[in-house]
Design a protein around this ligand. Structure first.
Ligand SMILES: NC(=O)c1ccc[n+]([C@@H]2O[C@H](COP(=O)([O-])OP(=O)(O)OC[C@H]3O[C@@H](n4cnc5c(N)ncnc54)[C@H](OP(=O)(O)O)[C@@H]3O)[C@@H](O)[C@H]2O)c1
Length: 340
């Protein structure tokens, strides 16, 4: 079988494909023959050495896959070879086969195709975890989301609507304005409008209940200012540390230096909360399983439906990542791990 490897920290030249023996499942594991793997922005940051935690190089990235079971380890009797599944593999998903602990593997109903399944886990789990689990989301709550046209952005539009959100305000690149509006959001062109002012003006001067900020750096404080009293800020990414496909020390340092220090006294008087969110290090797997159950109900009711922009063949992973670096994606980008 073949898998993608990041050979070292770097640009797209650090991506290679290697050939090796099929994995053998250990006790408690199953092997998934991968049809599709999801690309997450974190994969790009890991390649540039801008993400924590990142395994030592060389390694194979990939948090999420869909495919069929090809081998079964001891104690995994609920699975049969050929079962269609999605898996939260944690790492190693950019591969034709990957061994995964069986409690991170979920059987797919017949009507869910492999594209939909691979596009769902990370982005939808992240949004659901923030809004519903951490944020105690209530009907008519209002949302600000940045990168509104991307993977997490499209998931937020759909989950927000399913939970009965009031206005959902989304920032994105200018070329994606129509797409963001079609998703039912109030689009903000971040070059032309001040998102803090828009959040206030669209909420009778109060601000939003939930601000989802994957940008980080000094941008975080602006998202905090867009909150109403009692609102929640979720700091869940650092996209401002990235500039293009090569690592930019300047961008990375700008991100770190710009990071705000929140003052608990002021937070008390305004009743605002700041959550740090990292699904990769979230310790309680049972909670995530509960989220997955809720999301699969929403999927079967037709309330959510992952938006897949493009599927690249695994021999073209560098182009797939370049596509995201170029900010072209509308929704999720996947990798096809079937032979050509
Ligand atoms: N903490 C967690 O557990 C967690 C989980 C999932 C995702 N995240 C974070 O959430 C964000 C979105 O993740 P995603 O996987 O759904 O990705 P995505 O939004 O599909 O990522 C690509 C989009 O990000 C925007 N962007 C902003 N800065 C960029 C840059 N320097 N280079 C390229 N694109 C940039 C671009 O959209 P516009 O230009 O249109 O804004 C681009 O189209 C990322 O920051 C990611 O790390 C965090």
């Amino acid at each position: 079988m073949q898998r993608v490897v990041y050979t070292q920290r770097g640009g797209l030249e650090a991506i290679e494909i290697v050939e090796e023996e099929n994995p053998i499942p250990q006790s408690g594991e199953v092997v998934v023959e991968v049809h599709r793997a999801g690309i997450n922005f974190a994969d790009l940051m890991m390649r540039q050495g801008l993400y924590q935690p990142t395994p030592p190089f060389p390694f194979t990235p990939g948090y999420e896959v869909s495919g069929t079971i090809s081998a079964i380890g001891e104690g995994c009797d609920t699975f049969t070879v050929g079962d269609r599944v999605l898996a939260l593999c944690g790492m190693g998903g950019y591969s034709q086969q990957v061994a995964v602990p069986s409690d991170r593997v979920f059987k797919l109903p017949d009507e869910i195709d492999f594209d939909t399944a691979a596009a769902l886990p990370v982005t939808y789990l992240t949004t659901y975890h923030m809004l519903k689990f951490l944020g105690n989301f209530q009907p008519n709550d209002t949302i600000l989301i940045h990168h509104a046209a991307g993977g997490v952005g499209t998931a937020t539009a759909q989950i927000g609507k399913a939970l009965g959100a009031g206005i959902i305000i989304g920032t994105a690149s200018t070329a994606k304005s129509d797409f963001v509006k079609e998703l039912g959001m109030r689009y903000i062109d971040r070059e032309a409008e001040d998102f803090v002012s828009v959040c206030k003006s669209e909420t009778e001067g109060k601000g939003v209940h939930h601000a989802l900020d994957p940008v980080g750096g000094k941008h975080l404080m602006r998202s905090y200012k867009a909150l109403r009293k009692g609102g929640n800020l979720y700091a869940f990414g650092g996209s401002s540390a990235v500039r293009g496909s090569k690592r930019s020390l300047r961008a990375a340092l700008g991100f770190l230096w710009g990071m705000p220090k929140f003052d608990p006294m002021r937070m008390m008087s305004s009743n605002k909360a700041v959550f740090g969110v990292h699904m990769g290090t979230w310790p309680d797997h049972e909670i995530l399983k509960g989220h997955m159950e809720e999301l699969s109900k929403m999927l079967s009711r037709g309330e959510i439906s992952p938006v897949v922009d493009k599927v690249f063949h695994y021999t073209d992973v560098a182009s797939a990542q370049q596509y995201i670096h170029d900010r072209k994606n509308r929704g999720k980008v996947l990798i096809n791990f079937r032979s050509k």
